[in-house]
Design a protein around this ligand. Structure first.
Ligand code: PHE
Length: 459
């Protein structure tokens, strides 16, 4: 039973901005550059783009179809769409799993969002002035070792997110993305222009677009797919929920292409903002997760106007993170509200409190509970603390599981005609091509990746 009529986005553009806000996040600006660095550049970038085109766009369309067809949040959407089918309880479970996944992601994402806020503050206070490389590493390690500071900044990012969510779709989410997204694009462009004037662009072009295919192995493919799914916010109910607020007259394929294009563009542009300054300063590109929090502050310190550049850079990360955390927070709240279990405000409070406990645990697992590895029965999991586990299980595992079943659901369970009507492509070649990808290619490839995830890969 539906108790509450859902609000709708004011327009396709409002949806697009919010969905791009969801997709563009730490995955693009923090993770993408260092993953490209670790995987040798051009070949990885090409592979990534291919995966976005072949799997990413069709899957974004799939999730939008599930969300919009009954204009219901994921659990009810799966339940209603599978009405009369024997497998209905199973699909309801898939709905549950899709709604739980973003909560697991938030368990670690809020902590990293907290790092970015801490860095904005540190940059403003000039904490990174006159430092040498070893010192920024020490400063980052210090942060990780300080439970109070971590929890404080994590709480700030959580409270801001919960507040935006509690105000509802138009007054909360739309308003927030209307302010944050233009600022995000503006800062990003300023950073690229700044980098362009400081040299290193030619090397960056070469690095990002000269493929060396010997660098690609089975693992690179896994890594690129995981990165693409995470970056496009797939398999985590967010696109589905945002789709449930999408007015019926807006074209799903156009929206999906818009989101995928903008997301990939921002990831590449983030490379162009970061790599030149790294090349110019003779730093290591393959420095992994430390790239943003350890390497960049040293460089900012040496550049003209580096402090301003640094503040802007970490603000950019913080904005990107917040527009993603609101999309990760929304599915649970939307389900609770739709079922009439809580008002939106109460739901935001309850979900917020639960997440605060989880994210605090995650922050503590970096210091106080550092040596606590709760899952010891499996060799891949036995060395992971809570934060690593949340990331590994939700962002790697569950996103694949949910995407796999979303594809099976649309490809094999739902009536072809209903999908056809919702998608609005007509019975064209394009529609058939999309359906083939969702029906066969996605289940095979994502299914394989899942087997690999579970330790049964055969390549
Ligand atoms: N896409 C976001 C990023 O790149 C993360 C995210 C994942 C957001 C899943 C929503 C859902 O950081």
């Amino acid at each position: 039973m539906t108790h509450v009529t859902q609000e709708k986005w004011s327009s396709g553009t409002a949806f697009l901005l919010a969905a791009i806000g969801s997709a563009v996040g730490l995955g693009n600006i923090y993770r993408f550059p260092y993953v490209v660095g670790e995987n040798g550049g051009g070949a990885f970038v090409l592979l990534y783009i291919a995966i976005v085109l072949v799997f990413g766009i069709p899957l974004v369309m799939t999730e939008l179809v599930i969300g919009r067809s009954k204009q219901l949040p994921p659990i009810s959407a799966y339940r209603t769409l599978s009405e009369g089918k024997k497998s209905r309880p199973f699909w309801t479970l898939v709905g549950f799993s899709s709604v739980l996944t973003p909560l697991g992601i938030l368990g670690f994402y809020f902590v990293i969002a907290g790092y970015t806020l801490n860095y904005v503050f540190a940059m403003i206070m000039g904490k990174f002035n006159d430092l040498v490389p070893g010192q920024t590493e020490a400063a980052f390690q210090d942060l990780l070792a300080s439970p109070g500071t971590l929890i404080f900044w994590m709480t700030v990012s959580l409270v801001v997110t919960a507040f935006i969510i509690s105000r509802g779709l138009k007054a909360g989410l739309e308003k927030a993305v209307n302010i944050l997204m233009p600022m995000l694009f503006f800062i990003l462009l300023s950073l690229v222009i700044y980098s362009a004037f400081n040299g290193g662009m030619v090397e960056t072009f070469k690095f990002m677009f000269t493929p060396d295919f010997s660098k690609i192995g089975a693992n690179t493919i896994l890594e690129a797919t995981g990165q693409a799914f995470f970056s496009l916010s797939l398999g985590s109910a967010t696109i589905m929920v945002y789709g449930s607020y999408l007015p019926k007259d807006v074209s799903i394929p156009k929206m999906a292409c818009g989101v995928a294009f903008a997301d990939t563009f921002v990831a590449l542009i983030a490379g162009f903002a970061i790599f030149p300054i790294i090349f110019n300063n003779g730093m290591e590109l393959s420095s992994g997760p430390g790239l943003v929090f350890e390497t960049l502050p040293v460089i900012f310190d040496q550049m003209p106007f580096g402090q301003v550049f640094g503040i802007l850079f970490f603000l950019l990360l913080a904005f990107a993170a917040i527009t993603s955390t609101i999309s990760l927070f929304e599915p649970a709240v939307s389900n609770l509200e739709e079922k009439g279990i809580f008002t939106r405000r109460k739901a935001s409070l309850v979900v917020g409190f639960g997440l605060w406990c989880l994210a605090s645990l995650s922050a503590l697992s970096l210091n106080v509970f550092k040596d606590w590895h709760p899952l010891t029965f499996n060799s891949t999991l036995e060395n992971k603390n809570i934060m690593d586990l949340l990331e590994y299980l939700s962002a790697n595992g569950m996103m694949l599981v949910n995407s796999f079943f979303a594809a099976i659901f649309i490809g094999w369970i739902i009536n072809r005609k209903d999908v056809l009507d919702e998608l609005g492509l007509g019975d064209s070649y394009l529609f058939k091509f999309w359906r083939l990808i969702v029906k066969v290619l996605v289940p095979v490839v994502v299914g394989y990746l899942l087997l690999d995830f579970l330790g049964y890969g055969f390549f």
